[in-house]
Structures are given as C-alpha cells and as structure tokens.
Write a protein that binds this ligand. Structure first.
Ligand SMILES: NC(=O)c1ccc[n+]([C@@H]2O[C@H](COP(=O)([O-])OP(=O)(O)OC[C@H]3O[C@@H](n4cnc5c(N)ncnc54)[C@H](OP(=O)(O)O)[C@@H]3O)[C@@H](O)[C@H]2O)c1
Length: 259
C-alpha cells in the first residue's frame, strides 16, 4: 500500500465554493486559498466593482471565480446568492458564511435597529444560506458548511453586545445544523478567529492600550493575519476533515488559553 499524498487529501478540484464577505479581509484570503486548492469560487459582497477586481485577480492566477453582489442583511439577498451560484456553477458544494459587521456602543446607546442589523448580517444570513444550499448538498450526498464565528462566541467584552450574541448564536447553530444535516453527508463547522488585522478591527488596532495588550497577552505576541485563517477553511472543506462536524475551531494565537 502506498503512502497517501500529503496534498491530495486537501484537493478541492471540481468543487464549487460560495464565500460571503469575500471582497477583503478574512473572506478574501479564504476564497483565494479555496481557489488555490482547485475549487471554483463565487465571491459575495455588496460592491460589484470590488468583487469584479477580485475575480480578475483569481482568474489571472489561473483560478475560476465569479462575482455575486448582494446585501446579506436582507434575507432575499441570501436566497438570490445561492440561486446565482447554482446558475453560474451548477451547484454549491462548500458554503463559507463569513460576511460580518460590528457595531460598538455601550448598552444605553445601543439602538434596536443596530442590534437587528448586526444579527441579520452575522447570523440570520447564515441560516438563510444554509437553508438554501442544504437540499442540493443532501441530494448529492456531500456538503461543507463553514462559518466564521469568533472567540466572542465563548468570551465577551463591553460595547459589542449584538456581535457577541450573533457569534454565540452562530457557533450554536453550527452544532444544530451538524446534527440535522450529518445524515445527508454534510459537515458543518466554524472557525473562531481571535484578533485579526483587518478593516473590521481598525479601531482596536489604532487603540494603543489594546494594541499593547495584544503584544503582551497573546502567547504568539502579535495580531493575526487574515491569510492565517485560510488553511483551516481549506482543511474543513476537504476530504481531510470528512469526520469532523459540529465544531468551532479557535485560531487566536493562543489568546484565550492564556491567563
Ligand atoms: N478581524 C477579526 O479580528 C475577526 C475576529 C473574529 C471574527 N471575525 C469575523 O470574520 C469575518 C470577516 O471579518 P473581517 O475581519 O475580514 O472584516 P472585513 O475586512 O470588514 O470584511 C467583511 C466582509 O463582509 C462583507 N459584508 C459586510 N456586510 C455585508 C452585507 N450586508 N452583505 C454582504 N457582504 C457583507 C464585506 O464586504 P462589503 O463591505 O463590500 O459588502 C467584506 O467582504 C466576520 O464575520 C467577522 O465577524 C473577524
């Protein structure tokens, strides 16, 4: 018996991945890595021009990609995105629920409309998309649903109550979907980044106290980079993770295990 090839267990040739929030940051790096592993990738975000530029970048590097602009804070957007991906590539094998926003205010100043906007974007859209793609995945007996949760699913800090509620819900929904969709050959997992230097965390990167805390409290002594989340997405999408479901994998430079 020969040795299994180190790379072939991560090969995604012939798979179709739908990645939300793929215009920049963590989602863009996940999309790039999935394309690099051989998947055709549908990129979702709100700005057509940005997505078109990203598609051109992937195609210039030999990948296959399509831009699907949509506002996922509207449930109709999620349903339309799943249909558009199926129309372009025939199906969705890998759903990456990554789009997300934050809103920072103390509780007394936190408006209901802002709470609902964060929940709609970060949590409800993941339910809508999972519901839209699961029947096709079940019919083919294969599917991967991967969501970007956060260390805030299991920890907390002041002023971001909607974000924390959404990410806690997303990790719980990951377990719920895993139990329901497992019999159909669909695995459902989440990645929980720590603090990653992207547009979303600009206010924290610019806060000297927080920046210093990251350099002292994090065992790896630095912020994470968006591309450092991408390997886990490829792993979870691949045959290498065929028996892994219902989990939230923390990638935080060790921040949450250190006292
Ligand atoms: N950065 C961190 O430290 C960190 C830590 C833990 C978890 N996360 C999670 O990782 C994910 C990506 O975050 P990031 O740091 O990469 O943030 P980012 O750079 O701000 O990227 C967010 C992405 O989501 C898209 N998006 C936002 N609202 C959308 C909407 N209504 N409809 C469609 N697309 C929308 C954005 O595209 P457009 O604006 O063009 O629509 C963009 O592509 C989020 O779920 C976030 O909560 C981040």
């Amino acid at each position: 018996m020969g040795l299994p090839s180190g790379l072939s267990i991560f090969d995604l040739t012939g798979r179709v991945a739908l990645v939300t929030g793929a215009s920049r940051g963590i989602g863009w790096e996940m999309a790039r890595a999935l394309a690099g592993a051989g998947a055709s990738v549908a990129l979702v975000g709100r700005e057509q021009a940005t997505l078109d530029a990203r598609v051109a970048e992937l195609e210039a590097a030999g990948g296959t990609a399509a831009a699907i602009p949509a506002d996922l804070s509207d449930p109709a957007g999620g349903t339309a995105v799943a249909a558009a991906c199926a129309a372009r590539f025939g199906r969705v094998d890998i759903l990456v629920n990554n789009a997300g926003i934050n809103h920072r205010r103390p509780l007394a100043e936190f408006e209901l409309a802002d709470f609902e906007r964060v929940i709609a974007t970060n949590l409800t859209s993941c339910f809508v998309l999972a519901k839209a793609v699961a029947p096709g995945m079940a019919g083919r007996g294969f599917g991967r649903i991967i969501s970007t949760s956060s260390i805030m699913a299991s920890t907390a800090r002041p002023t971001i109550i909607a974000y924390i509620a959404a990410k806690g819900g997303l990790s719980s929904m990951t377990r719920a979907l895993a139990t329901e969709l497992g019999p159909d050959g669909i695995t459902v997992n989440a990645i929980a980044p720590g603090y990653i230097a992207t547009e979303m965390t600009t206010p924290l990167q610019q806060n000297p106290e927080f920046d210093q805390m990251m350099g002292v409290r994090t065992p790896l002594r630095r912020w994470g980079r968006p591309e450092e989340m991408a390997g886990a997405a490829v792993f979870l999408a691949s045959d290498a993770a065929a028996y892994l479901t219902g989990q939230t994998i923390i990638i935080d430079g060790g921040l949450t295990i250190a006292i």
